[in-house]
Design a protein around this ligand. Structure first.
Ligand SMILES: NC(=O)c1ccc[n+]([C@@H]2O[C@H](COP(=O)([O-])OP(=O)(O)OC[C@H]3O[C@@H](n4cnc5c(N)ncnc54)[C@H](O)[C@@H]3O)[C@@H](O)[C@H]2O)c1
Length: 319
């Protein structure tokens, strides 16, 4: 793998920037494309001057321009997406455009590049919807996502499969649980810290607080991708990536309160749906069966609570 030229879409984002750092450490030549809609150049500060690093500000929907950056690229790590599950009810187009059509654009650029034949894609546990089997294995069916985010990622997974069949691509799909860690800029921990900054006496919790999910540290996510890239030779394959346990939203609120050094905070629950979800499209219970990626030698190094705590301390330390 050393010396290979690779492309990371969304490389200035939360997970992408950690992946870029790791790829450079492992001796790859890394081209990054990111439109900076959510990503930040400061996340790449430590590697911007690296001789094997090449950053381009680009919207990946611009297929013709994207093709120009595919020169010499052998492997594409496709992370660019809109990851905000919550906005799917008010904006029914954004996930179709940013996640599904954008993935098609990446696949088209690969097709015409002649050289890029491997793609690693960050999908999500949201493709399972309200799964009736927990921990949920990759073989769980039928897949009925309950959010446009999950639906768009499932559609993108299907496109990876069909492009692989037509054009001989090697596709690895990663269904991440909630990925957290330094540089996180969205999700429940981030929201709680910001709400508590505005009002340190009371925290509004969306849903009934019993929503329970698996949280996985970003370093474990990156390692899982690189382990699978090295050890999986099936033409198209899919891996769940999560920690082995889960944590509920009330406990997350407690951890955030502790991390901010606050005491006596009142929790106020806002029931948005009859069954206590935080918003329409929010999967209430999620834990993934990780045995498939573990069979390749990967193990999570953080529990859900440890990953949440480290993230809460990080977000709380930001100005
Ligand atoms: N964070 C999680 O819990 C989680 C869980 C499951 C899957 N994922 C997936 O992992 C990937 C990375 O997520 P993240 O949490 O780092 O989010 P993020 O928002 O920090 O990163 C996404 C990056 O993509 C860029 N981007 C978005 N649209 C673009 C476009 N059209 N062209 C170029 N760049 C574009 C953004 O600027 C950002 O830097 C996403 O595909 C997301 O769906 C994340």
């Amino acid at each position: 793998m050393t010396g290979k030229r690779v492309l990371v879409t969304g490389g200035a984002g939360f997970i992408g920037s950690h992946l870029v750092e790791e790829l450079l450490k492992r001796g790859r030549e890394v081209a990054v494309v990111d439109d900076l809609s959510a990503g930040k150049l400061e996340y790449l500060e430590g590697v911007m001057d690296h001789p094997n690093m090449d950053f381009h500000k680009l919207d990946i929907l611009r297929t013709e321009e994207l093709k120009e950056f595919m020169g010499g690229v052998e492997v594409v790590y496709h992370l660019a997406a809109n990851p905000e599950v919550r906005i799917g009810e008010s904006d029914t187009w954004i996930h179709i455009e940013q996640n599904l059509l954008a993935t098609r654009s990446v696949l088209e650029a690969m097709k015409d590049s002649g050289r890029a034949r491997t793609i690693l894609f960050t999908s999500t546990s949201a493709v399972y919807g309200d799964a009736e089997v927990i921990p949920t294995p990759e073989t769980y069916a039928p897949l009925f996502p309950i959010s446009h985010y999950g639906a768009s990622k499932l559609g993108a997974e299907a496109l990876l499969s069909s492009y692989s069949h037509y054009f001989g691509f090697h596709s690895l799909i990663f269904r991440f649980a909630n990925c957290v860690g330094p540089r996180l800029t969205h999700g429940v921990i981030y929201d709680f810290v910001n709400k508590l900054r505005r009002n340190p006496q009371e925290l509004e919790i969306l849903g009934d607080g019993t929503q329970r999910k698996s949280y996985v540290h970003v370093k474990d996510c990156v390692e899982a991708m690189l382990v699978a890239e090295k050890r999986c030779s099936r033409q198209v394959d899919v891996f769940n990536i999560g920690s082995d346990d889960w944590v509920d939203v009330k406990r997350i609120a407690e951890i955030v309160v502790e991390a901010m050094g606050l005491e006596g905070v009142r929790f106020k629950y806002r029931k948005v749906t009859e069954d206590g979800r935080g918003w329409k499209g929010d999967v209430k219970f999620m834990r993934l069966d990780n045995s498939k990626i573990k069979s390749l030698g990967w193990r999570p190094t953080f529990t859900s609570e440890e990953a949440v705590r480290e993230t809460a301390l990080y977000v709380a330390s930001l100005q």
